[in-house]
Design a protein around this ligand. Structure first.
Ligand code: ATP
Ligand code: MG
Length: 262
């Protein structure tokens, strides 16, 4: 019999996201190998790990871009392991990408408007009511403010700095009002000053929004999260609070024993 909300004993007490033994194997390569993890509403979790550890592939299992080959992904206690990426997005999962993904010849504001319409049912409609336009405007304004881009709305994407482009990508991911946001290396390639701005933007995201942050800059990541998961060769090696991770010998060996990527 299919499970319903009413049939479960602790309906409403489910974590926002549960990964139960999630694997993605590409032939013999265990890119993600039996990862178990829970994220509560509003919780902020960092995923650390060296290049090739499986961090982005784990994000793909959560968003559905590459469905898990083993294990289960649950959102609000419901099995979404086989759900399509757009169905997961409608249920509240959003992500940013490791590489930039913007329309460089359009303005900051128009990129945000396009993102806003991406999830709208009327996305193919030519005519939009003034109410719909007002809603869009307020979503765009709020995303611009959250990401410290209010003064840049009329500029073309190619006219703003790389750091501002990354802020814009984050702003675009907020337009769907997600409950879980996956950030894949949001500070990659940023200057030290741009990193400070990005950290401030992430810190200022709504407290109810759960975050999973992949980041190679350990100091930046540990300053932004409640909990840290360290992956190595597809599996979870260590999990703990930022303080526990800072002093962990295995984590230090992984990072200090090899050159850290900038
Ligand atoms: N579509 C794919 N087909 C085959 N192998 C893949 C595919 N995607 C990823 N991989 C492999 O899976 C492993 C994990 O890759 P992944 O991109 O998840 O690592 P990562 O932890 O995000 O690394 P980085 O820090 O460099 O971004 C790597 O060995 C990668 O080459
Ligand atoms: Mg990656």
């Amino acid at each position: 019999m299919p499970e319903t909300l009413a049939s479960r004993p602790h309906a409403g007490a489910d974590p926002l996201l549960q990964l139960q033994g999630v694997s993605i194997h590409f032939g013999a390569l265990k890119a993600v190998d039996a990862v178990t993890l829970q994220v509560a509403q509003g919780e902020r979790v960092a995923i650390l790990g060296p290049n090739g550890a499986g961090k982005t592939t784990l994000f793909n299992a959560i968003t559905g871009i590459t469905p898990a080959t083993g294990g289960k992904v649950l959102l609000d206690g419901k099995n979404i392991t086989r759900a399509a990426p757009n169905a997961r997005a409608r249920r509240g999962i959003a992500r940013t990408f490791q590489i930039t993904n913007l329309f460089s010849g359009l303005s900051v504001q128009d990129n945000l408007l396009l993102a806003t319409r991406g999830l709208s049912r009327s996305r193919f409609a030519f005519w939009r009511s003034s109410d719909a336009q007002g809603d869009e405007r307020s979503i765009v304004d709020s995303a611009l403010a959250r990401c410290q881009l209010e003064g840049k709305r009329q500029l073309l994407v190619r006219e703003i700095s790389y750091g501002e482009q990354r802020q814009l990508e984050l702003a675009m991911s907020l337009t769907s009002a997600p409950r879980l946001l996956l950030l894949d290396e949001p500070a990659a390639g940023l200057s030290p000053a741009e990193r400070v701005v990005m950290a401030g933007v992430i810190r200022g995201l709504p407290a109810t929004l759960a975050l999973i942050l992949i980041e190679h800059d350990i100091d930046l990541a540990l300053g932004l999260v409640d909990r840290v998961v360290c992956m190595y060769q597809g599996a979870v090696l260590v999990e703990g609070t930022p303080d526990q991770i800072r002093g962990n010998a295995q984590v230090q060996e992984i990072y200090l024993g090899r050159p850290r990527r900038a």
